[in-house]
Write a protein that binds this ligand. Structure first.
Ligand SMILES: Cc1cc2nc3c(=O)[nH]c(=O)nc-3n(C[C@H](O)[C@H](O)[C@H](O)COP(=O)(O)OP(=O)(O)OC[C@H]3O[C@@H](n4cnc5c(N)ncnc54)[C@H](O)[C@@H]3O)c2cc1C
Length: 276
């Protein structure tokens, strides 16, 4: 199939984006990397009348440390962040996750903010932002607001973004020197979306364990555990008790099994984590 007709707006400033979003609202979509939006248009899952191409807005191409966060602008490609020399030091969890997103050609075009905007329940960056307790800067003509990940992701492909707002940047908190990280994922083929993904942050006895792919959005749990046995026990109980998604890609039984096995693997990695 081919997409329905639309008008393309090439913009070079943030003000132009805001003006167009204000004028067209739900009839307009931002296009960043196009890796998700173009197939969506081709399948006519969405048929907006206006596309706003933000790729020439220079101020949205920046990323770097700002205060205690890694700030990533709306036009930063996933592969740019992945290739940044400082990433492992600044935020090791992102360095672990990024290679699991699709394939290199898709990461060369796909943006970090586009993935967050799309809010796929299995997306690595959605899990990363949720588990790190990061945030999103949303801008409209009338206001700028910063929304925590836990309030931004409302469900599968659902976010708190209003139709007159765009994501200017996302903010991933950077790591403390003693923090450990772990990540594990299962997909059927390299580059497929995760059936289940697990991200872990360990600060002393405090553990943050997040799961992607098990529900409509990432699920994050915080526990205190003095030993690895206690963590294992928590994972066993959680996998037995949690309502887990069942769909044609995997039974809930498989997802529960992956919660246990991948959870333990990622927790062990976080326990043994050494800063590079
Ligand atoms: C074959 C294939 C495999 C993939 N595998 C994975 C995978 O394993 N893991 C994974 O996480 N992703 C995967 N993806 C998705 C990929 O990461 C996309 O690049 C990403 O989800 C969207 O980024 P984009 O820049 O291409 O966004 P676009 O396609 O341009 O936009 C996606 C949506 O977000 C909106 N949007 C984009 N930027 C903004 C913004 N700044 N403000 C407001 N709205 C915005 C658009 O309007 C659109 O609705 C895969 C994609 C493909 C094609």
């Amino acid at each position: 199939m081919k997409s329905a007709p639309f008008q393309m707006h090439q913009v070079s400033t943030k003000d132009e984006i805001l003006e167009l979003l204000d004028r067209y609202g739900d009839d307009a979509r931002i296009i960043a990397g196009g890796q998700t939006l173009v197939p969506v248009l081709a399948m006519r899952v969405a048929s907006p009348d206006h596309l706003i191409d933000i790729n020439q807005v220079a101020s949205l191409k920046r990323f770097g440390i700002s205060g205690r966060s890694l700030e990533v602008g709306a036009c930063v490609r996933q592969s740019e962040l992945e290739g940044w020399d400082e990433l492992t030091r600044a935020q090791p969890l992102l360095a672990m996750m990024l290679p699991w997103i699709a394939h290199t050609p898709i990461r060369n075009r796909g943006t970090v903010c586009g993935s967050i905007a799309h809010a796929d329940p299995s997306a690595e960056l959605v899990l990363g932002l949720a588990v790190l307790d990061g945030s999103v800067t949303l801008v409209s003509k009338k206001r700028r607001r910063i929304v925590k990940a836990k309030d931004f992701f409302l469900g599968a492909l659902q976010t708190d973004r209003q139709t007159n707002e765009f994501i200017e940047a996302v903010h991933f908190p950077i790591s403390g020197a003693a923090t450990g990280y772990g990540f594990a994922e299962f997909g059927y083929r390299h580059g497929d979306f995760a059936v289940v993904a697990v991200a872990v942050i360990k600060d002393g006895d405090s553990w943050t364990i997040g799961f992607g792919g098990i529900d409509d959005t990432a699920r994050v749990h915080k526990i205190n555990a003095e030993s690895f046995d206690q963590v294992n026990q928590f994972l066993d109980e959680l996998a037995s008790e949690t309502e887990v998604r069942e769909d044609p890609t995997a039974t809930s039984g498989l997802r529960r099994h992956l919660m246990r096995t991948l959870g333990k693997r990622a927790c062990k990695q976080a326990m043994e984590f050494k800063r590079g």
